[in-house]
Design a protein around this ligand. Structure first.
Ligand code: 5GP
Ligand code: 5GP
Length: 230
């Protein structure tokens, strides 16, 4: 009788530990920023850029990263030194990564350095939901879900070097996706504010876009911004 009772207590304890670990895992982060960069704006700065060794990327938004974040605006980084980037785990995604997640930093690279940085800094902080293959696959899927260039084009906003109102850019993306983005600007060689990155928010399961719980602070845009060609 006594051993039966002790067994039940152990079972209850085990159940409780399991419950706690699920709760903790769910609290690793609150949402993701899915960040896309406009290559024209990365390249026309004073610092310039280098095309990947695989050639000039398409004139489309490219993925910068999928970043776990907290609701208070802070974020975790470099969460698991025991899980270094391993390119053999994403060999099936390589051509899609080269197309949709091209690196533009100098010197020219094949993408490995950029992807490795994104995985180690950000991806390792969402391992409770996504392993390395899932992390990259998910980002590629998210990019496929919203065609940002098309959304802007529909509203008459095209990368022709002219200026557009920040509001019209946000509205066009909201119209197409249902969600308001955060727009980050940088400056071109002449100091003009231009459309650099688009942030959308994604739930912790990494499958649905959501309204952003908080917007990043930093690099704001003017009310009129350039959309340079690439
Ligand atoms: P920057 O200084 O260019 O704004 O940001 C440098 C890097 O810090 C980004 O590329 C990204 O890795 C990280 N970072 C900046 N802001 C955020 C943020 O709000 N959330 C997360 N998760 N990472 C960020
Ligand atoms: P984050 O800003 O995400 O912390 O880091 C971006 C890092 O990746 C920087 O070290 C940057 O030099 C490198 N990187 C390589 N290719 C690219 C690219 O195409 N865009 C950006 N934003 N960073 C890149």
């Amino acid at each position: 009788m006594e051993s039966k009772r002790q067994f039940s207590i152990i079972l209850i304890k085990l159940f409780f530990i399991q419950y706690l670990s699920v709760l903790c895992a769910a609290r690793n982060f609150d949402f993701f920023y899915f960040v896309l960069q406009w290559p024209g704006s990365y390249c026309d700065t004073a610092k310039s850029c280098c095309y990947p060794t695989t050639g000039k990327p398409a004139a489309d938004f490219g993925i910068h990263g999928l970043w776990p974040n907290y609701n208070d605006g802070s974020y975790p980084s470099n969460c698991d030194p025991t899980a270094p980037f391993d390119q053999s785990q994403i060999s099936d995604l390589r051509s899609s990564m080269q197309k949709n997640w091209p690196t533009l930093a100098c010197p020219s690279g094949n993408g490995i350095t950029f992807w490795s940085h994104e995985w180690e800094k950000h991806g390792t902080c969402s391992e409770s939901v996504l392993n390395q293959h899932q992390y990259f696959q998910t980002a590629l899927n998210l990019k496929n879900q919203i065609n940002l260039l098309q959304a802007l084009r529909t509203a008459g906003i095209v990368p022709d070097g002219s200026s557009y109102s920040l509001e019209s850019i946000k509205d066009a993306i909201k119209e197409a996706s249902g969600f308001s983005p955060w727009i980050e600007c940088n400056v071109d060689e002449s100091g003009n504010s231009q459309l650099y990155q688009i942030y959308l928010c994604v739930d912790t399961s990494a499958s649905n876009f959501i309204n952003c719980p908080v917007f990043p602070n930093g690099k704001k845009c003017g009310s009129q911004i350039e959309f340079p060609p690439f």
